[in-house]
Write a protein that binds this ligand. Structure first.
Ligand code: ADP
Ligand code: MG
Length: 537
């Protein structure tokens, strides 16, 4: 990929947005006070213990999603009155998503990071819940729309990858096998920079397919978190969309990577000062998030002209993968999400400070275009000429001459170059397709089963991972518990779960539940000791 000379010197600052969510139930129950206020793009935060202490910050965008909204008949959160100040998912997308889409269609790399404490609304903004779709699904909708609109002038390919970084291990969320053996490796190549070796790239043709892939990825994440008893707020989720556009008339190929990153909860990133505390926290310190903070600080220093010798990209997996997003070839946006409540003052203030530093980072984004197709054509034409020349020399009986040897070498070199160009994007394609087809089959089967059988859903501390796993109760008796060997059992894991915990019986869609002696079973808040009939919902 070559950069256009004219783009070489433009600097792009990281764009930063902040968003304040509504109170959650816990905050309402605690009678929390809202300590955040917004005026246009400036935000201030009030110290709840000192009324004279108020700090203000200014960002590129500031979103008030705290109050002034209602839920419409489709379940969408919208402003109470037209033109109200409440910022819904659509208005966030208009500001942040559209820009990312346009950049990527122009051939720039683009990155979107969501930063904030657990429960502050990162996933709500990135992925969304139910009808309130977040930036990623909206971006995909519009991306495929844009591709359909301009089909006669260019050919497009979109590849989707989804991964998780947990405890510095990279897990491919679209490939179940990658969880074994310590995760995937991050490698470095001169041209490409850092990349995840063997990460599945699934070719996508429409937004629905992307949605299903995301569903699949979330499910893998949920099962992994449950099995390892891991806390999902400590993991980073990355979605990578690769867009390749071939403009046949101009013989130009443009390529863009869109990184969409739902970061781990920021509350664990600041390690408490003392070494003893740090040891106690153990793995709770998130190396990737700490390093991200250090990289951002260093880059912010560079931007204000301070002398910085070393930017610690290499210290963590996340910063390796985000190297070009931060201080490199990418147009980058960060959305920092905040709880409005007084009890979250410390965390919210630290989020604002973090965001302020990120605002100073300057990137140099370039259009990633290469005259690929033209190059291939030229190489092929040149080879045709070489062949002619060679056959002429053959006829003249100069087959073994030095000149002819040289020509042959040139010919082979060109062949290799052509092959390299052509296979670059086809890597792993077949394998990825086969894998996806298998997974797709399992999704369709699950949809069918949901209509045929009653099922139970998982719950998780993380709202994003709740209701993801479906366990079906088919006709007959089903033992639920740790047991996973017997064919008529539903296997679950968790503290206090017995080998055989309870028995479901499904007789013509009439479902009963019987606890096994000594196990704890609660239905609608009441402990049950004997067989009970279950009602829908
Ligand atoms: P995080 O990913 O930062 O841990 P979530 O995005 O899962 O947090 O948000 C926590 C809860 O708050 C979810 O139930 C979500 O629906 C709700 N929430 C977050 N942001 C908003 C918002 N802007 N409007 C309405 N509800 C929100
Ligand atoms: Mg989340």
């Amino acid at each position: 990929m070559r950069a256009k000379a004219s783009d070489m010197h433009t600097k792009d600052c990281v764009k930063v947005a902040v968003r304040v969510r509504p109170f959650n139930k816990r905050e309402r129950d605690a009678g929390s006070r809202c300590i955040i206020s917004l005026v246009s793009t400036s935000i201030s935060i009030q110290d709840p213990r000192d009324c004279h202490n108020r700090r203000s910050f200014c960002f590129d965008y500031a979103y008030w999603s705290h109050s002034g909204f209602t839920r419409d008949h489709t379940g969408l959160f919208v402003p109470e009155e037209p033109g109200g100040r409440y910022a819904d998912q659509d208005s966030v997308f208009q500001d942040l998503g559209v820009g990312i889409l346009e950049n990527s269609l122009q051939g720039y790399n683009a990155t979107l990071l969501a930063y904030g404490q657990t429960g502050s609304g990162k996933s709500y903004s990135m992925v969304g819940y139910g009808p309130n779709k977040g930036l990623v699904p909206k971006l995909c909708d519009r991306l495929f729309e844009a591709i359909r609109e301009n089909q006669e002038n260019r050919q497009c390919q979109v590849f989707f990858s989804m991964l998780e970084i947990y405890n510095e291990q990279v897990v491919d969320l679209l490939f179940r096998g990658s969880r074994t053996a310590g995760g995937l490796r991050v490698r470095e190549e001169q041209q490409r920079g850092f990349y995840v070796e063997g990460l599945r790239k699934i070719p996508c043709e429409n937004a629905l397919q992307v949605e299903q892939l995301m569903e699949q990825g979330t499910r893998t994440r949920t099962t992994a978190a449950t099995q390892m008893n891991a806390n999902s707020s400590r993991s980073h989720m990355l979605i990578i969309l690769q867009l390749k556009q071939i403009f046949s008339k101009e013989s130009i190929t443009k390529q863009s990577n869109i990184n969409l990153v739902d970061l781990a909860g920021s509350e664990r990133q600041r390690s408490s000062g003392s070494e003893a505390d740090r040891l106690k926290e153990g793995t709770a310190i998130n190396l990737s998030l700490t390093t991200l903070g250090n990289v951002i600080s260093a880059l912010a220093d560079v931007a204000v002209g301070k002398k910085v010798v070393h930017i610690p990209y290499r210290d963590s997996v996340l910063t390796k993968l985000l190297q070009s997003a931060l201080g490199g070839n990418s147009r980058t946006v960060m959305i920092a999400t905040l709880s409005p409540a007084d009890i979250c003052y410390e965390e919210s203030l630290s989020t604002l400070r973090y965001a302020e530093r990120a605002k100073r980072i300057q990137n140099r984004a370039v259009v990633n275009e290469s005259p690929t197709e033209r190059l291939v054509k030229e190489l092929k034409a040149e080879n045709a000429r070489l062949m002619q020349k060679l056959s002429r020399m053959d006829q003249e009986g100069r087959r073994a001459s030095d000149e002819s040897k040289e020509l042959r070498q040139l010919l082979t070199q060109n062949e290799l170059q052509i092959r390299a160009i052509q296979t670059l994007w086809e890597q792993n394609l077949q394998e990825a397709l086969k894998d996806w087809e298998q997974q797709y089959a399992s999704i369709t089967q699950e949809r069918r089963m949901m209509q045929m059988y009653p099922y139970i859903l998982n719950i998780n501390e993380d709202a994003q991972l709740s209701g993801v796993v479906k366990l079906f109760i088919q006709e007959g008796d089903w033992v639920i518990g740790l047991c996973d060997s017997s064919p008529r059992s539903i296997s679950i894991k968790g503290l206090g779960i017995q080998e055989r915990h309870a028995v479901f019986r499904n007789e013509q869609r009439r479902v009963t539940l019987t606890p096994v002696m000594g196990s704890k079973v609660i239905v609608n808040g009441n402990t049950v000791y004997e067989t009970i009939e279950l009602q829908h919902l």
